[in-house]
Design a protein around this ligand. Structure first.
Ligand code: B12
Length: 216
């Protein structure tokens, strides 16, 4: 069922979106619930773009609104910043410049005290492997929103194996087109296409006992 915030986001109604976000945060909704409503809203923006009802400028508008939403939410995301000594590498795969979702996941992980090396966007398979090697990361998170870039993730996993690093790092893929088939095709260990599932996976991998992440 669509909610009012999801619809306001899908309609690219910035004022109403931000008003509803403020209202919800004051009403006790968690930042994760709010982010998920907005994510489902921009999913509709994407569908309208595919149907030629929206243009590229509308995708850009959805980016601006989502950044505004995060500015409202950030003060409500507790910084449980005690350094946990676990290293995570994240980046968006080669050919893809989408980074809003990746940045949200990184923000939440950092707020829980994890050290995240953000490689940015359009990251080559070789660069991912180099970063895992240099940082001794226990998790590699790869974001992908453009379907045809999925093949490069498979290449990352192959290169990790060639470098003798495959059993030292868990590979997590995330993003809109990701599903069980993508996980199997790429050889990744886990996949997530919403923030709650993403944080659950990181928590499970790291066997986090504190509840700092789940309380967001
Ligand atoms: C905003 C947007 C843009 C913005 C991106 C701004 C930015 N800085 O990221 C701009 C305008 C730049 C853009 C450009 C383009 N876009 Co665009 N874009 C979108 C849109 C509407 C929303 C994406 C988004 O930010 N969602 C909100 C975030 C919060 O959700 P998310 O990214 O899914 O992330 C969540 C989870 O997936 C997960 N997650 C994400 N990453 C990771 C990583 C890990 C490790 C984990 C565990 C979890 C995780 O957690 C996040 C938080 O909940 C999508 C539609 C859609 N359905 O996604 C299209 C969409 C992705 N874009 C699309 C296209 C085609 C393009 C362009 C090619 C358009 C063009 N003609 O130029 C270019 C891409 C150029 C390139 N080479 O990359 C298509 C891709 C189609 C496909 N599957 O191949 C989509 C699906 C729209 C559509 N339906 O046609 N886009």
């Amino acid at each position: 069922m669509k909610d009012e915030l999801q619809i306001a986001m899908a309609d690219l109604d910035e004022e109403k979106t931000l008003m509803l976000v403020e209202e919800r945060i004051r009403g006790g909704h968690t930042p994760l619930q709010i982010i998920e409503s907005c994510r489902r809203g921009v999913e509709i923006v994407g569908e309208k773009y595919s149907d030629s009802h929206y243009y590229l400028s509308d995708l850009i508008m959805s980016e601006e609104i989502l950044k505004g939403v995060m500015r409202v939410l950030e003060p409500y995301i507790p910084m449980n910043g005690s350094e946990k000594g676990i290293s995570i590498v994240m980046g968006t795969i080669e050919g893809d410049i989408h980074d809003l979702g990746k940045n949200i996941v990184i923000y939440l992980l950092r707020s829980s005290g994890y050290k995240v090396h953000d490689l940015g966007v359009d990251v080559t398979p070789e660069r991912f492997v180099q970063a895992v090697n240099e940082t001794k990361a226990s998790i590699l998170g790869i974001s992908v929103l453009i379907s045809f870039c999925v093949g490069s993730i498979k290449r990352v996993v192959e290169l990790l194996a060639e470098a003798g690093l495959r059993d030292k790092v868990k590979v997590v893929v995330g993003g809109y087109p990701v599903n069980q088939d993508v996980k199997e095709f790429t050889g990744a260990d886990f996949y997530a296409n919403d923030v709650t599932e993403a944080l659950k996976i990181y928590r499970d991998i790291l066997e986090i006992n504190d509840s700092s992440v789940s309380e967001l």
